[in-house]
Design a binder for this molecule. Structure first.
Ligand code: PLP
Length: 247
């Protein structure tokens, strides 16, 4: 492609690497869905945090439509630079209320809604942002903390808090309740954790049938997540390689 003319050779190598990693992940997703006897196809969100905008550009050329980021400062710069690509941006990281205003400028989906104060901050930010006027409502997932030892607080709502938060999102102008999200607890058995998430999703859909998204599964546990019904997997390392720094 003309755009690559004059760029160093490593960009061609990087492209090849991303293409082959992506092919492998897409095959794993298909196989996991087949093994689980699912007729629907889980969607891939490629988590691009810590990787440069150039990588995201290549991914878009390889038909990636959805990308995930977890740090507002980094994400806002990349999303602005890549606005013309028409990607769907997923914010998947822990979100401070004072960052809500920035995140809602570029994010289409926020996976990490875990407390009432954040729902209020997101709704207020959407209402106050002129550029959101012509856009669909901000899709919000309730992040569930699946650690059985968990206490209320950071890193996800307790399972018992999900319905209350969901009602709050559902009744907030400018927000759309889309489903649930979780990360399997470190050192735990992912199958058991994702089964708890599936229960939360079923309860949620009982009250809000439209909230069908189940965002679960990372490089290490996408098969278990798909087996438990994940509709969206969030894959970083196995597509892009190791991150320069660990979160
Ligand atoms: C970084 C991250 C991922 C991707 O994890 P990998 O193990 O690199 O695939 C998925 N979900 C969340 C919430 C993350 O922060």
């Amino acid at each position: 492609m003309a755009e690559n003319a004059g760029q160093p050779d490593h960009s061609a190598a990087r492209r090849e690497q991303l293409a082959s990693n992506l092919a492998r992940i897409r095959a794993r997703i298909l196989e996991a869905a087949r093994a689980a006897g699912r007729s629907d196809q889980p969607e891939l969100i490629v988590v691009t945090k810590f990787h440069p905008a150039d990588d995201v550009r290549v991914l878009a050329e390889l038909d990636v439509t959805d990308v995930g980021e977890s740090r507002d400062q980094e994400a806002s710069i990349k999303a602005a630079e890549l606005a013309s690509l028409g990607l769907t941006w997923h914010f998947i990281g822990q979100l401070q209320t004072n960052k809500a205003k920035s995140v809602i400028r570029y994010a289409d989906v926020v996976h990490s809604v875990d407390r009432a104060s954040l729902v209020a901050a997101l709704a207020k930010a959407v209402a106050g942002e002129p550029s959101r006027a012509g856009r669909p409502p901000l899709a919000c997932l309730v992040q569930v903390n699946l650690d059985p030892q968990a206490e209320s607080g950071r890193g996800g709502a307790l399972p018992g808090e999900v319905l209350g938060l969901a009602d709050l999102i559902g009744s907030s102008e400018g927000l759309r309740l889309a489903g649930v999200m979780a990360v399997a607890p470190r050192g735990g058995e992912p199958r058991r954790a994702f089964a708890r998430l599936a229960e939360c999703s079923a309860l949620l859909r009982g009250e809000h049938p439209e909230a069908t998204m189940v965002s679960a599964g990372m490089s290490q546990d996408l098969e278990e997540a798909i087996e438990a019904g994940a509709t969206h997997v969030r894959i970083g390392t196995d597509v892009l390689g190791p991150r320069p720094r660990v979160l």
